[in-house]
Write a new protein. Structure first.
Ligand code: MRU
Length: 345
């Protein structure tokens, strides 16, 4: 059985440290919200839905650690905790959805009651994410034909969702329906989520996978070896513009040039109807060291300038369909997304 990415155990948050995979399977028990924030920033927990779940549990942990019995003081301190989470990673909207849900759940007659309500809400968010990713995977599997070879980018499996997976969930569900499916996984520089995590998860599922470097995708498309591309998402704006791991846009343009369907699979918690343009999505800039080094080893001359945007935006014109747990949405996306997405402030 696949190790759980996130688990609430005896009042602590147990995470599988994704930064150490596939070499070591290390679990960390986080008992303070500071530890959860650090784990998110250092990408020991990563992937938009998994970040949302971790944030919810992290807020519950933060609440448990607040000492005052005065409700107003408690709520003021809780607000601080939530603000610190909001500043941890800016692109994945699931993080902000989770904060919003936890804010609404901070109700009760006294502090003890609110603390309990927050733990229950975090567990509910987690359960809903498991159900949503399972459902969208079943729906998306209809798009995969027997014998298909799918190209995927980054990692959008159980590790990234604390559930069933999105892009990898669809592939897994197709296999469970008895279809023969093979995968090309891009390594996904700079942090190699494809090489380290996607291949690790697919191998455990018994799904045939070939690892390629990011720059090989066009070569294999041109040779007719890719039947479709499926990726996850970190945020989908109301008009269908989609933020996902850097390199997704390049793959979408390539898929379009070769007439290959390009699918985005995401739970509706990844949809942000408050943004009317995709270019309003904040793009996280990470340390240049992630580009100049690979797992701590320098690969460029010391002091060289490097850029490191962690995500890019794919316009809806390149997206064949968006797979959610509430249905498969096709153009025009604005209408379809409005029916399933969430708006929050
Ligand atoms: O920087 P990461 O590893 O958190 O980025 C993850 C991705 O871009 C995933 O494709 C996305 O979160 C979807 S996960 C189901």
């Amino acid at each position: 059985m696949m190790a759980r990415a996130i688990e609430w155990l005896d009042g602590k948050l147990r995470i599988l440290d994704q930064s150490k995979l596939p070499g070591e399977q290390v679990f960390a028990d986080l008992d303070s919200y500071h530890d959860v924030i650090l784990a998110i920033k250092e990408m020991r927990v990563r992937g938009a839905p998994a970040i949302g779940v971790a944030v919810a549990y992290g807020i519950a942990l933060g609440a448990s650690g607040i000492k005052t019995a005065n409700k107003d003081e408690f709520l003021a301190q809780l607000n601080q905790v939530m603000q610190t989470f909001a500043a941890s990673r800016p692109t994945a909207v699931n993080l902000f959805q989770a904060i919003n849900r936890m804010k609404k759940a901070a109700r009760g007659d006294g502090v003890a009651e609110i603390k309990k309500s927050l733990i229950n809400e975090a567990k509910r968010i987690h359960r809903e994410e498991i159900t949503a990713t399972e459902k969208l995977s079943q729906l998306g599997a209809e798009l995969i034909k027997d014998g298909f070879t799918v190209l995927t980018h980054c990692n959008a499996g159980p590790l990234a969702t604390a559930g069933y997976g999105t892009a990898l969930g669809v592939i897994k569900a197709a296999k469970d329906q008895g279809k023969k499916v093979s995968v090309f996984a891009t390594e996904t520089r700079p942090l190699l989520q494809g090489a380290r995590l996607t291949t690790w998860e697919l191998r455990q599922e018994g799904i045939s996978v070939t690892l390629i470097t990011d720059s090989m995708a066009g070569y294999f498309m041109k040779r007719g070896e890719i039947d479709c591309v499926i990726v996850g998402a970190d945020r989908i704006a109301a008009n269908g513009y989609t933020a996902n791991k850097i390199g997704t846009y390049t793959l979408a343009v390539l898929a379009n040039a070769h007439g290959i369907p390009f699918y985005v699979a995401a739970p509706t918690t990844t949809i942000d109807l408050s943004l009317t343009s995709g270019y309003q999505i904040p793009i996280e800039e990470r340390s240049p060291e992630e580009v100049t080094h690979i797992q701590g080893v320098p690969i460029a001359p010391e002091g060289i300038r490097a850029a490191n945007p962690a995500f890019d935006i794919t316009p809806p014109s390149y997206i064949t369909a968006i797979i959610t747990e509430k249905g498969i949405i096709r153009k025009p996306y604005t209408e379809g997304l409005k029916g399933v997405g969430s708006r929050f402030s």
